[in-house]
Structures are given as C-alpha cells and as structure tokens.
Design a protein around this ligand. Structure first.
Ligand SMILES: Nc1ncnc2c1ncn2[C@@H]1O[C@H](COP(=O)(O)OP(=O)(O)O)[C@@H](O)[C@H]1O
Ligand SMILES: [Mg+2]
Length: 147
C-alpha cells in the first residue's frame, strides 16, 4: 500500500478556559490516502473544525502526532507551518474570515510559488462578475445569483 497523505496518532486537543477543560479531540487515529475524498461528519461541537484547523496547520494538538506524508506537523515551528500551509493547504472558510472592506479581487492574495492571476482564479470558480463586490453585496445563500 502507498504511504497515506495524512496519518494521525492519538491526536488530542484540550481547550482550557479558566477552570473548564473541553476535550475537543480525544485520541484520534486517522489515515487518509492519496486521492481519497473524505467527509467529516458529526454534530455541532464534536470537534470537526478543531481537527481541520490542526490538519491545516492553523492550530496545534495538545498531544499526539500528525504527519503529512513524512512531515511531522506536530514538530514544526510557526515559519515552517506557514510554509506547509502555503505549499499544501487550501481552506474555504465558512463566513467569518471575509474582510468587509475588501472586494473579492482584493482578497485573493498571491501566496503560492507560481501563482495564477487573482482574476483568473475567481473566474475559475465562476466569480468573475463579482470580482469587485464586497462581502455585504454577496447574494443570500440559495439565491439565484449563485446558480
Ligand atoms: N478556542 C476554543 N476555546 C475553547 N473551546 C473551544 C474552542 N474552539 C472550540 N472549542 C470547543 O471544542 C469543542 C469542539 O468544537 P469544534 O471543533 O468547533 O466543533 P465542530 O466544528 O464539530 O462544531 C466544542 O465543545 C467547542 O465549544
Ligand atoms: Mg465547525
């Protein structure tokens, strides 16, 4: 069998706020293979975002190991995590990462090694007509403007 793209071993994340401890991830073992499409399903509060943040190099586990191929993400310092995100991670955030004062075009920043033009990237996902729109001018979800 080929090497998995992601391997998690005993991944644990405990948030501590004051006296309260929240065990968001409790001993998670996981392998994801090349070209495998994975759906992460669970009730609100079950730890989906926590796991994605850790796999995406935005956060660190409290304990356990997480490998991206041979790279031990749990060992990386911030600059190396940044490089990992730049080279390997694509995030589509739900809503709260939209910056109200930037248009769609202004938000598409070029961080990749050999970036395509931001306007081309927006066109690729059918947003060329909304390039100069601000988040507040997006249509409501389900509106015909998305079709
Ligand atoms: N930054 C945080 N500080 C404290 N608790 C958190 C934090 N982020 C998430 N949690 C808690 O961790 C648990 C898992 O949250 P989350 O990963 O957002 O779940 P999901 O995405 O499945 O809804 C929840 O109980 C949530 O309240
Ligand atoms: Mg979530």
């Amino acid at each position: 069998m080929t090497q998995p793209v992601f391997t998690a071993k005993g991944l644990t994340k405990t948030y501590v706020s004051g006296e309260v401890k929240v065990h968001a991830l409790n001993d998670v073992d996981l392998e994801i293979a090349e070209r495998e499409v994975v759906v992460l399903l669970g009730p609100s509060g079950s730890g989906k975002t926590t796991l994605l943040n850790i796999m995406g190099g935005l956060d660190r586990p409290t304990s356990g190991r997480l490998f991206f191929r041979d790279l031990d993400l749990t060992d990386l310092e911030d600059p190396e995590l940044t490089k990992y995100r730049r080279d390997h991670v694509g995030f589509v955030f739900q809503f709260y990462n939209l910056v109200p004062s930037l248009t769609a075009l202004e938000k598409v920043t070029e961080v990749a090694r050999d970036p395509m033009r931001p306007a081309d990237a927006l066109a690729l996902v059918g947003l060329e007509e909304r390039m100069h729109h601000f988040p507040a001018s997006y249509p409501a979800a389900g509106s015909s403007a998305w079709r």
